[in-house]
Ligand binder design. Structure first.
Ligand code: UGA
Length: 424
């Protein structure tokens, strides 16, 4: 049955949630405080690169099931369900900053429809459901936690084909009403208490980050003992208890979620009296990974990068997104720049210079005059670039492939000194 829904916040989570719920037949109003963004969305412009999202927004608007308005209070008056999808940035002490959530809840409290359900989709510390309840000041309104598990770049796919839907609620009737929104999705719907739902979100991201730090640490061992991490991961992954996913070595993990959520969980645990040393180690290994890549590049050019021209392919924190927040690629480039390197980058999703980094219009141009090429993001198109042509642009054919993306033997045939991650 179609429901009336409001979504507060049109970042990639809010916009994907709104567009997908409209696609599933619900009547959705999305609100944002940014007037220019709302205008753009109302004229069909999508502010982020997200596979399939534009089509759903166009479809929803055409069908009259998706609208955008300025201001949370203007969206909620007749809505049965209100999703909070506002940012929870990292505060100074590592904890999540709840000020946006609280402000949104205070704003909508007086104008919510009777017996509405407010759904927390933002990643929030354990106990935040109560914070929202308190800010709403509405005894008739239930607050439910419904964490998101959407990867940037495949957020639409992940919303419509979830591995699970988690609902954390004290009010069981609200949980059942809420579960009704997801009828049609073939995923287990798990109802639990709010604290467990909130913990599931942090623990999931922290575990995924742990897998990657683990494989990056194994890659370091592989380099030391002469093993090949690609084969090691393949061999491990055949064990169904381990699996192949999220075990790709790289320059370290980044983005708008893992860095803040891992630190936040360490903080949540600390506040509760538990020293989460394992997760602290995961974060440390990640910071070391940036430095390991830098050291690899420095060593490859003979020990000093000052004044040396280096090309970088990839700036976004991973492929298929235009998001550069907490990007490992940018972290590595900045560290090299700090050592005096002159870096020219290319990224299919980035058209202008960014954070003091010169951006070239294409992959070949970025390599002009460079004596080393780094592959930092796993964009497919890098695999198809003609390495002979690349080599002709460069003063030296050296390649540091931090995603093990390119074909090593092909690179060697084109005369490149190839180094990957975890491959001797
Ligand atoms: C992550 C989670 O995967 C989502 O489930 C979650 O909903 C989201 O955070 C969130 O909390 O909002 P996302 O930040 O889009 O999604 O990125 P991921 O695809 O998880 O990748 C994170 C980082 O790990 C990237 O830097 C990526 O390059 C790196 N990574 C990922 C690896 O180095 N190796 C891998 O095998 C996988």
């Amino acid at each position: 049955m179609a429901s009336k829904i409001a979504v507060i916040g049109t970042g990639y989570v809010g916009l994907t949630t709104g567009a997908c719920l409209a696609h599933m037949g619900h009547d959705v109003v999305c609100a944002d405080i940014d007037e220019a963004k709302v205008d753009a969305l109302n004229s069909g412009e999508i502010p982020i690169l997200e596979d399939g999202l534009e089509n759903l927004v166009v479809e929803g608007r055409r069908a009259g099931r998706l609208r955008f308005v300025v201001g949370a209070a203007n969206a909620v008056g007749d809505r049965e369900f209100v999703y909070l999808c506002v940012p929870t940035p990292q505060g100074d002490d590592g904890s999540a900053d709840l000020s946006y959530i609280e402000a949104a809840a205070r704003e909508i409290g007086p104008v919510l429809a009777p017996e509405a359900i407010v759904i927390n989709k933002s990643t929030v510390p354990v106990g935040s459901t109560r914070v929202v309840e308190h800010a709403l000041q509405r005894g008739d309104v239930s607050v439910v936690s419904n964490p998101e598990f959407l990867r940037e770049g495949s957020a639409v796919h992940d919303f419509l084909n979830p591995d699970r839907v988690v609902i954390g609620a004290v009010d069981q009737a609200a949980a059942i009403r809420m579960a009704g929104l997801y009828i049609g999705l073939t995923a287990p719907i798990m109802v639990t208490d709010p604290a467990s739902a909130e913990t599931i979100k942090y623990a999931s991201n922290a575990f995924l980050a742990t897998k990657i730090s683990f494989v990056n640490a194994v890659a370091a061992v592989c380099e030391a003992v002469g093993a090949d991490v690609n084969d090691v991961v393949l061999g491990m992954g055949y064990d169904r208890r381990i699996g192949q996913e999220f075990l790709k070595p790289g320059p370290g993990w980044g983005g708008s979620c893992f860095p803040k959520d891992t630190v936040a969980l360490v903080h949540i645990a600390e506040q509760a009296g538990y020293d989460f040393r394992l997760l602290k180690g995961v974060v440390d290994v990640n910071n070391e990974q940036f430095e390991r890549v830098v050291r690899k590049v420095v060593a490859a050019v003979g020990g000093d990068v000052a004044g040396r021209h280096i090309a970088a392919w990839g700036l976004t924190f991973k492929a298929r997104t235009d998001d550069t927040r907490m990007s490992p690629a940018i972290e590595v480039i900045k560290r090299l720049q700090a050592l005096g390197a002159e870096v020219t980058a290319y990224d299919p999703a980035i058209r202008m210079d960014i954070e003091g980094i010169t951006v070239a219009p294409d992959a070949i141009t970025a390599c002009k005059g460079a004596e080393l090429l780094m592959v930092l993001t796993e964009w497919d198109e890098f695999k198809w670039v003609d390495l002979d042509e690349v080599g002709q642009q460069m003063t030296n054919r050296r390649l540091v492939d931090t995603r093990n993306l390119l074909d090593r033997s092909r690179a060697q045939v084109s005369g490149f000194e190839y180094q990957g991650i975890g491959r001797s």
